[in-house]
Design a protein around this ligand. Structure first.
Ligand SMILES: O=C(O)c1ccccc1NCC(=O)[C@H](O)[C@H](O)COP(=O)(O)O
Length: 212
């Protein structure tokens, strides 16, 4: 299979189960209070307990402090920490403290934005190229914003990477063909409203990825 998928921002047992049944390789649990996908510790634990060993649990954070990470890791039995708006120094400290794999989200609008990935060499285990959300936006991700995939043409990736931002069941095949991504990430593209995951859209997205 040329690509696998992370379904991000899951918050109910039904939609989590649909992602797992559809073949997602990763499920994303958001720990950021302003997000409509933010999880309580109780809900995170409830969801984490349903995830089989072959599917990885990714905690999504925005420049988190140690207390937040510790509580989220404990509740969500996280395998991977996905960090937004977090410096290389802080990401390195988080990785050293937790011993967990770290993914760094790099917000992309221009070719120059990609260079931020270089600064995480030796720190992050993977780069998630995500679209830069508009200035003043409430969230740095999960807003269905897409960047120009051609920006990745010829870029020498310093780390393993994944593609995110504005993907949906209808464009994900084109996105993989255009970029060569081997891991794709989606949130609002499989929702019916912000924070409300749609069983049909999750299934359609994963079928599109599985059919590649
Ligand atoms: O999804 C959120 O609410 C969120 C909040 C704070 C930081 C990151 C967040 N999401 C990160 C993701 O991994 C999303 O899947 C990614 O940005 C793509 O979102 P979308 O464009 O809606 O598919």
């Amino acid at each position: 299979m040329p690509a696998t998928a992370k379904i991000c921002g899951l918050s109910t047992p039904e939609t989590l189960d649909a992602a797992i049944a559809g073949g997602a390789s990763h499920v994303g649990l958001v720990f950021f209070a302003p997000s409509p996908r933010n999880l309580s510790w109780t809900r995170a634990a409830q969801l984490a307990a349903r995830v089989p060993a072959h599917v990885q649990r990714v905690g999504v954070f925005v420049n988190p402090d140690d207390a937040l990470i510790e509580q989220a890791v404990a509740a969500g039995h996280l395998d991977i920490l996905q960090l937004h708006d977090t410096t290389p120094e802080r990401a390195a400290a988080i990785k050293a403290r937790t011993g967990l794999a770290v993914w760094i989200a790099v917000a992309v609008r221009t070719r120059g934005d990609l260079d931020a990935a270089l600064t995480y060499t030796g720190v992050a285990d993977k780069v998630l190229y995500d679209a830069k959300t508009p200035p003043g936006a409430a969230l740095p991700g999960g807003m269905g914003v897409r960047f120009d995939w051609r920006l990745l043409d010829g870029f020498r990736h310093p780390l393993p990477w994944a593609l995110s931002g504005g993907l949906d069941p209808f464009n994900v095949a084109e996105a993989v063909a255009a970029t060569g991504a081997t891991l794709v990430d989606v949130s609002s593209g499989v929702e019916s409203a912000p924070g409300i995951k749609d069983l049909g859209k999750i299934g359609a997205f994963l079928r599109a990825v599985n059919d590649l």
